[in-house]
Design a protein around this ligand. Sequence first.
Ligand code: HEM
Length: 389
Amino acid sequence: MNWSPFDPEVMTDPAKGHQYLLDECPVHHCDKFEPPFYTLSRYADVEYALRDIETFSSHFGQGPRFTEPAGMLCDPPQHTQYRKLIQPAFTPKAVAALRPLVVPLANRLIDDILAGEPEFDLHDDLAFPLPVIIIAGMLGVPSEDLEDFKRWSDMQVALMGSENPLQYVDEQTRFQTYMHTHMMRRRSQIESGAEVPEDLLTLVVGAKTDAGEYIPDGDALSMLNQLLVGGNETTTSLITNMIWRLLEVPSRWQEILDDESLIGAAVEESLRFDPPVLGLYRNATRDVDLHGEVIQKGSKVYINYAAANRDPRIFEKPDEFNLHRETKRHMAFGLGVHFCIGAPTARLEAEVALSLLRRRAPNLRLLGEGERIGPFFLWGRRKLPVTWG
Ligand code: HEM
């Protein structure tokens, strides 16, 4: 089988080809992209690659192209220092403090949905605004700039997966100018001794190195950028994917209506079955001999979380969406030093969205499959037509 993540069939259903990759081609070489890359799919190999960061480095970025190391897109020790900077915004206490913001926001969005026509788009009216408003608040971005913010987030993702980054130069410049202005404004407030919010922006732009210097602007910008993208599109996809699968089989939705305690399981099974990030890249620092193939030193390696999540060596009947699964060790948030720092935030938003829809729109029904989002390594719906009537 000639598998490629860009194949139209695989784009429509990324699970197509998992069995081939897992059984017959655990080290795949793809030459349909520049640079060509290898793909690792088995759970054990994905785990090995994510843990052995000396062999599988993040130094030249998480995307398919080689990029300059910056912010947290690199290896320790720089990665450790920068991750520590933003950690206070992601402690269990900080995430718990978000709940009183997430619940009323989700309720307000659902109020608007129920006040309108029964047919609505779950992406546009709930799954998109909820995470973007939350992450914008965490980054101290004014709400009137939300539309720009969303456009820039989409652009960052498209840029990451593109063979031709030059086409995004103008938009990228506008984004960087905006973020730079935003950073400088906050820094001058900090310097003047004004009271500033204890948000992610303050953590990143107010931080100083051991030498008493602010961290370089390029690193600060990279971190804010990663937080913007990380906190936005992925959580939107988690919400759309989860609701899509629950409504696809009416008995599944009925199970959720009958038993509220299944909400957490629905979020985890959605993350396993339809991970919003299908895979990300590492960079091989030496030749690696695996399953009889040699991954060449200096190559890009695609770490296929989605295939690992369907590995029958770990998950019984992996292609079944099952709300009663015992094993929860999915790879949707990665593993090891780069494990998603925003995982508890994403889980909170998805659980709140499902729990409120269950209570306030129990007759929710699917009106179609909607449309897939663009980039090949991400998986979510940018349209999901539903009705509450
Ligand atoms: C369902 C939603 C989400 C998914 C599927 C997801 C997925 C991931 C994955 C797979 C990684 C690992 C990257 C790697 O190994 O190179 C990661 C890292 C990261 N995520 Fe998330 N993420 C989600 C939500 C969030 C949220 C809500 C935030 C922030 C508010 C966030 C911020 C980050 C950051 C900053 C990193 C980099 C961590 C590091 O390198 O140490 N993510 N995410």
